[in-house]
Design a protein around this ligand. Structure first.
Ligand code: MN
Length: 229
């Protein structure tokens, strides 16, 4: 695995994202990192990342994870990211690749539930346990047949039935960063980003309460737009 695609897409003099050139190797005994970054780019999505062979395997999940085992969430595999990316939270300048606001929505570590992870990835059926602050227990990523240019890239993220399965809406109920407790709008404000755009990724009621200046009509129009995608 290489970070070539990751590096090709980004201009490191401009974006604050890690360049991945440090080649930081983690202790072999240490746990495998898991992170979900909520990313208000052109479209809101959740970037699901699992450390493997010194990089972060990455999937963009448009609707975010669901704790309900009957719900399958589309997860488009994207380029591997450097391990240092797991702690990145901030603003990618508009016009750059992935321009928008990034939040560390959940983090922790993960454990494969299979003997041979490479074979499982090859086969397109990876079962694993998450030890995050928000997401825990058993999950699976299953590759679908996909279609057209997305062939081979499209997977489904599904919760297995265990004591952590639930029908509650974890995305809406726990919208804040696990590393800074901030909402997307707060991160955008602190990083000189587009606060209004970032706020459309935060739960509507909370952002309205926090900033009374927001026009409620606009807020509800943007939440309608959001649920359609
Ligand atoms: Mn992203």
């Amino acid at each position: 695995m290489t970070l070539e695609d990751y590096k090709k897409k980004r201009r490191f003099g401009i974006t604050p994202e890690p360049s991945g050139k440090s080649g930081a190797q983690k202790n072999r005994d240490s746990n495998l990192a898991y992170v979900i970054q909520k990313h208000r780019a052109t479209q809101l999505h959740y970037d699901f990342r699992l450390e493997w062979h010194g990089t972060l395997l990455s999937w963009a999940v448009p609707k975010g994870p669901s704790l309900d085992p009957s719900v399958k969430r589309l997860a488009m595999q994207v380029e591997d990211h450097p391990v240092e990316y797991a702690s990145f939270e901030g603003v990618i300048p508009e016009g750059e690749y992935g321009g928008g606001t990034v939040m560390v929505w959940d983090s922790g570590d993960w454990e494969p539930e299979v003997e041979d992870v490479d074979a499982a990835l090859q086969k397109g059926d990876l079962k694993f346990t998450l030890h995050g602050k928000k997401l825990k227990g058993s999950w699976v990523l299953v590759r679908t047949h996909g279609y057209g240019s997305s062939s081979g890239k499209s997977w489904l993220l599904i919760k297995h039935r265990d004591q952590y399965a639930s029908t509650r809406d974890v995305g809406t109920e726990e919208p804040r960063s696990v590393s800074s407790k901030r909402l997307l709008a707060d991160i955008a404000r602190d990083g000189g980003g587009d606060v209004e755009k970032a706020a459309t990724g935060d739960p509507a009621a909370k952002s309205a309460k926090r900033s009374p200046a927001v026009n409620p009509k606009r807020a509800s129009a943007s939440s309608k737009r959001r649920t359609r995608t």
